[in-house]
Design a protein around this ligand. Structure first.
Ligand code: NAP
Length: 283
């Protein structure tokens, strides 16, 4: 079997077009332009690239990008003061604090300081709670992108066995909730899971969100399964995922490549969350 390759770039482009149309509609009905505030602390080069891409994408769909680049020596108190200002600023619909933060700043305290109504990364406890209860709210971007890719590939989670490898608050946990809310039977695996290969082989939908190059091998995959690779690992051979793409493509029914699979969806869903937050705040 040779799997269908799910084109994340094409799906992300569709999402961006949809967001751009929503931004235009909002402008026509209210005269207002949604604003996304980005906060970058320190000078980590990878984080700087991520934020630059997010800002560019924000402007491309017609929204306003409001950026705060802070010195690496910024104190937690100063950062919390900035967030209080952004929470109170009516021109700001979404707040994105680029992670990781420099050592010495309590990431949990910073996330907790974001107004849940502007939590476009979906990382606050209120957002996570709503998702866990299956209620509407802002959902973390990468897992939301995975669901969008499954939908575009025609994979219906209802009744399916879904296995998520990884339990981070950024990817694994929210994705497990999304799959459960879509009526899949969900198993979440992690570093202490016994016989990971056997658990993965049960999956109709297998998602790897681990950070280990080519961890998922062909004999871990049920023939015909949909395999979604969230992993982004920088190696001497370039950027690779958590799935052995060449071998698994021979077994799976559908598969995402790295790059060009889940990656492009993350920014697209951030834009989608921002316009949703803007509409909700104005409703
Ligand atoms: P993370 O916070 O480091 O979590 C990794 C998870 O994998 C943990 O739950 C860990 O288990 C589990 N794990 C580690 N080694 C394992 C093993 N050998 N077998 C089974 N489980 C194992 O990472 P993350 O933030 O979720 O990110 C995961 C990957 O996705 C990374 O490569 C990251 O770069 C990528 N990512 C991509 C995007 C995108 O836009 N494409 C966005 C976010 C993340 P324990 O909990 O037991 O430690």
């Amino acid at each position: 079997m040779s799997a269908t390759v799910i084109d994340g770039k094409a799906v992300a482009a569709e999402v961006r077009e949809r967001v751009a149309a929503e931004v235009r509609d909002l402008g026509e009905s209210s005269g207002e332009v949604p604003g996304l505030a980005t906060v970058l602390v320190g000078d980590d080069p990878a984080s700087a690239v991520y934020v630059r891409n997010k800002r560019r994408a924000t402007e491309e769909v017609g929204m306003r990008s409001i950026h705060h680049g802070l010195d690496g020596s910024t104190s937690q108190g100063e950062l919390l003061d900035l967030l209080a200002g952004l929470n109170a600023d009516d021109a700001v619909d979404g707040i994105l604090v680029q992670l990781p933060l420099p050592a010495g700043i309590d990431q949990d305290a910073v996330i907790a300081a974001i107004d849940p109504a502007k939590d476009v990364d979906g990382l606050t406890a209120p957002s996570a709670g709503l998702l866990a209860q299956g209620r509407p709210g802002l959902v973390p971007c990468t897992p939301q992108g995975v669901m969008e890719l499954l939908s575009h590939a025609g994979v219906d989670p209802a009744g399916a066995e879904a296995v998520v490898v990884g339990r981070s608050i950024l990817v694994g946990r929210p994705l497990a909730s999304l799959l459960l809310n879509a009526d899949a039977t969900v198993t979440v695996c992690h570093s202490r899971t016994r016989d990971l290969a056997a658990v993965c082989r049960r999956a109709d939908i297998l998602v790897a969100a681990v950070g280990r190059p080519a961890l998922v091998r062909a004999d871990w995959v049920k023939p015909g399964a949909a395999v979604i690779d969230v992993g982004m690992n920088r190696t001497d051979e370039g950027l690779v995922g958590d799935v052995d793409f060449a071998a698994v493509s021979e077994v799976a029914g559908a598969i995402t490549p790295v790059p060009g699979g889940v990656g492009p969806m993350t920014i697209a869903m951030l834009l989608s969350n921002t316009v949703s937050a803007a509409r909700k705040r104005r409703a």
